[in-house]
Design a protein. Structure first.
Length: 209
């Protein structure tokens, strides 16, 4: 009888401990609140703090109504961002936008119109200028080479306000290389970005029906 009574106490205690753990975890999740990061991947220990979402119809020239991928609506100030030349691509309602925000998510350090970024971008072949080379930036993070045999572009994304490009060089080590570029210009016809060594200037290639 004592053994059965002791086992019953153990079972009750186990159930109570399990319920306490579940309640504790639930309270911890509620305390964290909403998150605005659509892509929280880390690179060399750095978290991607970029916010991703859609331009709302309540946007104005210097204010972006920003509907995040998590469904939250933020109003992002862009006046100082424009003054510093960090608004890349104008916007209309429905455009997909990437924002590198300040700490309280009220102002943008960098704003990039991802919808404008999509498309085929070309430049004269730097070797002889006789042809055009470039890449295609596609939805879903897909990136493909245009008339380039030596570089195979694989993917792209916005990482902390920079353009991240993953590619592989033919005939080399055949290991993926990841490069980060600062945006310089983005509009309907031009894409310019740079790193510490070079500036790359592309024009949009029209799609012939």
């Amino acid at each position: 009888m004592k053994t059965r009574h002791f086992a019953r106490h153990i079972a009750v205690a186990t159930v109570m401990m399990t319920m306490a753990m579940v309640i504790g975890c639930d309270n911890k999740q509620k305390a964290q609140g909403p998150t605005y990061l659509a892509d929280s991947a880390t690179v060399e220990g750095k978290q991607n703090k970029t916010l991703f979402g859609i331009c709302g119809d309540g946007s104005a020239m210097n204010t972006l109504q920003f509907i995040t991928d998590n469904g939250d609506t933020l109003y992002i100030a862009l006046h100082d961002t424009r003054e510093k030349g960090k608004v890349f691509g104008e916007y209309v309602a429905g455009d997909r936008i990437a924002v590198m925000p300040n700490d309280d998510k009220t102002e943008a350090k960098v704003m990039i119109n991802e919808s404008t970024l999509l498309g085929n971008w070309i430049m004269p072949d730097p070797i002889d200028g006789s042809s055009e080379v470039g890449f295609s930036i596609k939805d879903g993070g897909i990136m493909e080479s245009i008339n380039q045999m030596s570089i195979i572009y694989k993917s792209w994304k916005i990482f902390n306000g920079q353009l991240e490009v993953v590619s592989m060089r033919e005939g080399g080590s055949e290991i993926d290389e990841t490069e980060y570029y600062d945006m310089v210009r983005l509009d309907a016809d031009s894409l310019v970005f740079c790193n510490q060594e070079d500036t790359f200037m592309y024009s949009r290639k029209a799609i012939i029906q």
